[in-house]
Design a protein around this ligand. Structure first.
Ligand code: NAP
Ligand code: ZN
Length: 368
């Protein structure tokens, strides 16, 4: 057996976990920069819980609330500047994957004066500040991954920075923060988690332990996606989604993603599709492609999701995701294929896709 495993994040999952385990932050310093998006950290109640925990601990805080979806390089530089001026000892990211990823990049920039190319190429000398992560969506798993994914205009796509020093040191997962996620966001983010586990399971770097976690999360996600209206999930089900999304995050921390994410990034960059939706619309056709090299694993995914065949997986995804109503031009198709094959996660696919394979995925997903 060959096994490699890392999850250096201390994970606390359960209602009230920030309050119950706040003391974990006491050792991180006396000044924190809290990184959030426009409003959901406040509306979910997570920011208030964090602020009251910090006050009890005597930790000063400053809030940086300018993180947009699919965070830009510009935003993380602004956050890095604030962290440096404020002399933060650690960074707290609260929100969906966008604020969590921004928090990681800000943690780098707070202690490294580097150009954007150097940031993306991991050419920084000082260890990033510690990051505490509080997810308010159940999908990215960023709270347990070493990745920060940023929108990179010079590459016209999204790119990830991957470094062990970017694993959050502590993650607080409280399902109640996701209770008010609207149905569309719930579905998109759950499908994102599903694709993490699928791509981690059908992956050159998969091993026995990552398989175990991937299949556990695929089972939970398949079951919960069947709920006709994802916005009516109970608190217990919300917690399960968060658990499944965290497991999927641990999976990709070992394996990284594959063809679905590689093709999903240009769909987000050029067509503005939310990350989970971009992945979801190409999942069935991508599974068809994967089945050419590993029929057995693809069938296991289908079975564990509780479906009879790939067509049923496609129907399930179509039933929860917002329909995509555009077709790519032939020029866009060629550009997207090139971007996909240039993505570093393609190397993780057990069978390397050709241009024709990617084209087929786009056509079968009704995008071309
Ligand atoms: P997101 O981009 O963080 O947020 C999407 C929207 O959801 C925002 O409008 C946000 O509002 C809102 N929102 C967040 N929590 C909410 C809540 N509890 N109730 C209501 N609305 C809420 O979405 P995401 O799908 O979680 O993250 C996607 C990003 O994560 C992408 O950039 C993707 O590439 C990245 N990602 C990272 C990893 C990793 O390992 N690092 C893995 C997968 C994906 P506000 O703007 O007000 O906050
Ligand atoms: Zn993802």
């Amino acid at each position: 057996m060959d096994l490699k495993f890392r999850c250096p994040t201390r994970v606390f999952l359960g209602q009230g976990c920030i309050e119950r385990y706040a003391s974990e932050m006491a050792v991180l310093g006396s000044k924190a920069l809290i990184v959030i998006g426009a409003s959901s950290a406040k509306r979910s109640g997570a920011l208030q819980d964090m602020v009251s925990a910090l006050k009890k601990l005597g930790i000063d805080y400053l809030i940086f609330d300018r993180v947009e979806q699919n965070p830009s390089i510009k935003t993380v530089y602004e956050g890095g500047e604030q962290a440096r001026e404020w002399q933060a000892d650690f960074i707290i990211g609260i929100g969906g994957g966008s604020p969590l990823d921004a928090a990681k990049a800000i943690a780098v920039l707070a202690v490294n004066r580097v150009e954007a190319e150097e940031l993306m190429a991991k050419k920084w000398g000082n260890r990033p500040l510690p990051v505490v992560a509080v997810p308010t969506t159940a999908g990215t798993g960023s709270e347990v991954t070493p990745y920060a994914i940023l929108t990179v205009d010079w590459a016209e796509t999204k790119m990830s920075i991957a470094a062990d020093s970017l694993f959050p040191v502590v993650a607080f997962l409280d399902g109640s923060y996701t209770l008010n996620l609207p149905g569309e966001l719930t579905a998109n983010t759950a499908v994102d988690a599903l694709t993490h586990s699928i791509e981690g399971y059908i992956n050159r770097r998969a091993d026995r332990l990552s398989d175990l976690l991937a299949l556990e999360s695929i089972g939970i996600l398949g079951r919960l996606l069947r709920k006709t209206n994802p916005s009516v999930l109970t608190l217990q089900e919300r917690e399960e989604l968060l658990y499944a999304s965290m497991l999927a995050g641990i999976v990709i921390a070992q394996t990284a993603t594959g063809v679905i994410h590689a093709l999903g990034y240009p769909l987000t960059y050029f067509k503005n599709l939310p990350h989970g939706l971009a992945n979801g619309v190409i999942t069935r056709a991508s599974l068809e492609f994967m089945a050419q090299s590993d029929k057995k694993r693809v069938q296991n995914v289908v079975n564990v999701m509780g479906c009879a065949d790939l067509a049923e997986v496609g129907e399930l995804l179509n039933s929860v995701l917002t329909p995509v109503d555009f077709k790519l031009t032939s020029e866009e198709v060629e550009k997207f294929i090139t971007k996909t094959l240039q993505a570093k996660n393609i190397a993780n696919c057990p069978c390397q896709p050709t241009r024709e394979d990617i084209r087929k995925i786009l056509v079968e997903s009704n995008l071309a």
